[in-house]
Design a binder for this molecule. Structure first.
Ligand SMILES: [Zn+2]
Length: 497
């Protein structure tokens, strides 16, 4: 009988297998274990009753008996395709031969280890190996589904018993969020094994949503795309760092340390793996991304909260509302592509402005009763523009001030078309032509800082396109604020200083 040795000192560096090792150590403890027993207990946790029943033929009594059907728990059943087996017998019923199980079928996985010893593809141990199956490691053994993401492993993996069982346990360690037939997202946190074990036990488990068909991942918002849902997950986690009603004080401090929010020595960085695919008969992977800059993201989150504190009683919720808004109802469906693109830019410390501009002009401005952006949106963007995109504060304020004047004057003269011409400017010449036009038709003055085109098509050191985009956002938002009924959403915020 094969035995496996579990130790927190022996990570493999593979995010899936290491997640499984953490689950195994939580369940069985460190030390030596009998492989078959570990396998049996894992299968028990991954199989559940379906609520349906079947019949088998009991040979001892010569009678048919009912049994409760079982299957792999969702969403594991999209990956583990092994079905229940039992011996069958042929019986004549009304002159027709039919086959029946002689006992309830058993959902069994087996570890077929070779006699010879070779190095395991994951951990390198020289021991008897088995051919990796999908139930051990979904990412490598189905080239059609995962091969594009792991092209180097198409030959098939050979795993030792420990890695194979950790692979199966991996299914119990992920967080997931499903959206019917549209999308299944799953998330795996990865760092040092000890930290990951504490993260799972103290933080993720208490925060996991339970008993809902939609998943186990706590999210501030979600949609069919990977980046928006990932940002939704991170915001939900970040909320527990400053204060928490769900986590113990130790757990809260652990999370703070892992995210670099406390004074304690920064631990090894936590990485988040996010996978999205379409659930169907199987899982069709569409994206797999690695996010390793969670600490700078958390710092950004903290700064945003501080900034929003001035205008909102619950700055976390306001921040969530700011990101959540980039969606639109369309034919009974919610389109969230803008939110996904904005989320991707933020998660990658890239430029979200073009997508905000697109959303404002293509979605908001075309609504039946157009609304401006959620109050606080410009504060969130302004902070990002300064901290991440490095735009100089004074120039940004000049743009904000002029954008506001432009939007207000366009509203007064009923010239929304001018704002679309601004948005559509394709080069600096176009841009200046529109500004000139605005100056003439709206009788406003363009600030001098905008008029100097520098080398490399920059204005005040900023690529002209970004200046145009930002100006279009400020102007359209001011325009929409004037059009909207005077409600809470039309409160002036910082950009009107
Ligand atoms: Zn191994």
């Amino acid at each position: 009988m094969a035995r496996i040795t579990l130790s927190l000192d022996r990570p493999t560096g593979n995010f899936w297998i290491d997640t499984g090792l953490v689950v195994l150590i939580q369940q069985f403890g460190e030390g030596e274990h009998e492989a078959e027993e570990v396998l049996r207990k894992l299968v028990d946790r991954l199989v559940q009753k379906t609520g349906k029943s079947g019949v088998y033929f009991d040979q001892a009594t010569g009678q048919f008996r009912e049994y409760e059907k079982v299957n792999w728990v969702y969403p594991t059943n999209l990956f583990i395709k092994v079905s229940g087996v039992a011996p069958k017998i042929e019986i004549q019923i009304n002159g027709k031969k039919e086959k029946f199980f002689t006992q309830p079928p058993v959902f069994d996985l087996s570890l077929k280890l070779r006699k010879s010893k070779n190095p395991c593809d994951i951990c390198g141990d020289v021991v008897p190996l088995t051919d990796a199956k999908m139930w051990m490691y979904p990412f490598v053994v189905e080239p059609g589904k995962f091969g594009t993401f792991y092209p180097g492993t198409k030959r098939g993996l050979k795993l030792c018993a420990r890695c194979a069982l950790a692979g199966l346990a991996g299914y119990l360690g992920w967080l997931w969020k499903a959206q019917g037939r549209n999308a299944l997202h799953f998330f795996i946190f990865h760092a040092d094994l000890r930290e990951m074990k504490r993260l799972h036990e103290e933080v993720l488990r208490p925060l996991q949503t339970k008993g809902s068909g939609g998943g186990t991942a706590p999210v501030a918002f979600f949609g069919p795309y990977l980046h928006e849902t990932t940002l939704g997950l991170l915001l939900a986690l970040f909320a527990h760092v400053p204060e928490s009603d769900r986590l113990s004080e130790t757990a809260r401090r652990l999370l703070a340390t892992l995210l670099g929010a406390s004074a304690e020595a920064p631990p090894s960085a936590v990485t988040l793996y996010a996978v999205t695919g379409k659930p169907g008969q199987a899982f069709n992977m569409q994206a797999l991304r690695e996010f390793s800059r969670l600490q700078p993201l958390y710092r950004l989150y903290e700064q945003w909260r501080q900034r929003l504190q001035e205008i909102a009683p619950n700055p976390h919720q306001r921040l969530v509302d700011v990101f959540r808004q980039f969606q639109q109802r369309r034919d009974g469906d919610t389109e969230t592509l803008w939110r996904d693109r904005i989320a991707r830019a933020i998660l990658e410390f890239d430029d979200p402005l073009p997508f905000v501009e697109q959303f404002l002009f293509e979605a908001r401005a075309r609504e039946e009763h157009p609304r401006p952006l959620t109050p606080g949106t410009l504060d969130v963007l302004n902070h990002y523009i300064q901290e991440v995109l490095g735009m100089e504060e004074q120039f940004r304020r000049t743009l904000a001030g002029f954008g506001h004047t432009l939007g207000a004057a366009a509203h007064e003269h009923n010239e929304m078309g001018l704002l679309y011409s601004l948005r559509n400017a394709r080069n600096p010449e176009d841009f200046y032509r529109v500004l000139n036009d605005a100056q003439f038709r709206l009788e406003i003055t363009v600030p001098e800082a905008l008029l100097q085109l520098e080398r490399g098509e920059r204005i005040a050191g900023v690529p002209w396109g970004r200046v145009k985009t930002l100006l279009a956002i400020y102007a359209m938002n001011a325009y929409l604020r004037r059009s909207a009924p005077q409600t809470e959403t039309s409160q002036p915020t910082e950009q009107e200083e």
